[in-house]
Design a protein around this ligand. Structure first.
Ligand SMILES: Cc1ncc(C[n+]2csc(CCOP(=O)(O)OP(=O)(O)O)c2C)c(N)n1
Ligand SMILES: [Mg+2]
Length: 366
């Protein structure tokens, strides 16, 4: 018998030019909410540009741009409840900003300063820092979801990852335990078509990444990740299922990584510029902007005012970031062990002695 790939649904409501494909869902009527989402997407894009510029001038270490994927994080963040827990990966500026992580905290994190993960806003105090080891966060989210279940709380653990991450054992193990234990967890796969330089079709023979959920006995679906209305429907449904104790889901959001993988990458070395130009045609901001404009709910004046407001907020955050002084070198030893192993205590004491002997104002390591 020939092998037939399993079918999963794909949701899309808007064409690339913002025109409806057919009947629209109820969320399309809420123009004010859509304007709020658009403003947040614009804020994310402008912050992203600033973060890249700060890396280029040596003020942060590296950065993974969200460019082209703003809709996924913004819609996800708008649908999550404050008490839910986000277990993100490193390309989640959009959702982090919407959850309440401060811009200066995001910059601290990417500058290698751990204080960037100690979120000041109590609403996000339990959210995890972005995970860099690929896919390991999917299992952490299952642990969080399991705690919610044991405590009898109607909270949801939401974890995000890229297309490449779905090839990892950790991801598949997480799907398995989520299904076996019917955990209140939502897996949001940000399929941006690339895992650094490896294109989607070389990563996996499955026709969709969403169908990986089926083997774990949980629902999986695809959604156009550049279509705010479709994301609102699919992610809203998955969150509600989990919150109502109906179990986990996987939503594969189809997008395109318009930028480099990180500031340490040069994507022009391995991908075709014609493909990138085509992807720009489908990008999420312009799609929603055109949809709103066709309803008389957005125009050039709105755009200009919104850009000015976002830039002012970003500049203020960068000024706060610049004003933060470097942590004491000794903080390197903090927060690692509750009870200190002797070897580490020795190293700390040796460090203190060296610091004490150093001439005032002299170099840390001469
Ligand atoms: C365990 C592990 N292996 C390898 C890497 C190196 N690495 C960093 S990003 C990346 C590609 C991930 O691609 P994808 O999951 O599609 O996410 P994207 O960056 O495209 O958003 C790899 C292999 C890593 N960070 N962790
Ligand atoms: Mg990817």
């Amino acid at each position: 018998m020939p092998f037939v790939q399993p079918q999963v649904p794909l949701t899309r409501y808007l064409q690339a030019d913002g025109q409806p494909l057919g009947e629209l869902p109820a969320c399309a009527e809420n123009t004010e909410q859509l304007r709020v989402l658009y403003r947040q997407m614009l804020l994310t894009r402008l912050f992203d540009q600033k973060a890249v510029a700060l890396q280029r001038t040596g003020r942060i270490g590296t950065y993974a741009p969200t460019l082209g994927q703003e809709a996924i994080g913004v819609v996800l963040g708008s649908l999550m409840h404050a008490e839910d827990v986000l277990v993100p990966y490193y390309r989640d500026t959009a959702v982090q900003l919407l959850r309440g992580v401060r811009m200066e905290e995001i910059l601290l994190y990417w500058g290698g300063d751990e204080r960037g993960s100690a979120y000041a806003d109590p609403a996000v105090a339990e959210d995890f820092p972005p995970c860099v080891p690929i896919a390991t966060q999917a299992l952490h989210a299952c642990g969080v979801a399991s705690a919610f279940r044991i405590r009898g709380q109607a909270r949801v653990a939401v974890t995000t990852c890229g297309d490449g991450a779905t090839s990892k054992g950790d991801f598949l193990e997480a799907l398995n335990v989520a299904g076996a234990w019917q955990l209140p967890v939502v897996f949001v796969v940000n399929n941006n078509q690339w895992a650094i330089s490896v294109p989607r079709h070389l990563q996996c023979a499955a026709a969709t990444l969403a169908q990986k959920a089926l083997g774990a006995g949980i629902p999986g679906e695809q959604v156009d990740g550049n279509d705010v209305l479709a994301l609102h429907e699919c992610l809203g449904r998955a969150l509600q299922r989990a919150r109502q104790g109906k179990g986990p889901s996987l939503v594969e959001c189809l997008s395109y990584r318009l930028g480099d993988h990180t500031t340490a990458d040069d994507a022009s070395r391995y991908r075709d510029s014609a493909q990138v130009r085509q992807a720009w045609e489908a990008e999420p901001l312009r799609r929603l902007q055109r949809f709103l404009a066709a309803r008389g709910a957005w125009d050039e004046a709105h755009e200009q005012a919104c850009v000015a407001d976002c830039q002012a907020r970003i500049e203020a955050a960068v000024a706060r970031f610049d004003a933060i002084t470097a942590p004491s070198p000794e903080s390197l030893f903090e927060h690692v062990y509750a009870r200190w192993p002797a070897a580490l205590a020795e190293q700390r004491d040796a460090w203190r002695e060296r610091m004490a002997q150093r001439p005032a104002g002299g170099p840390v390591d001469e």
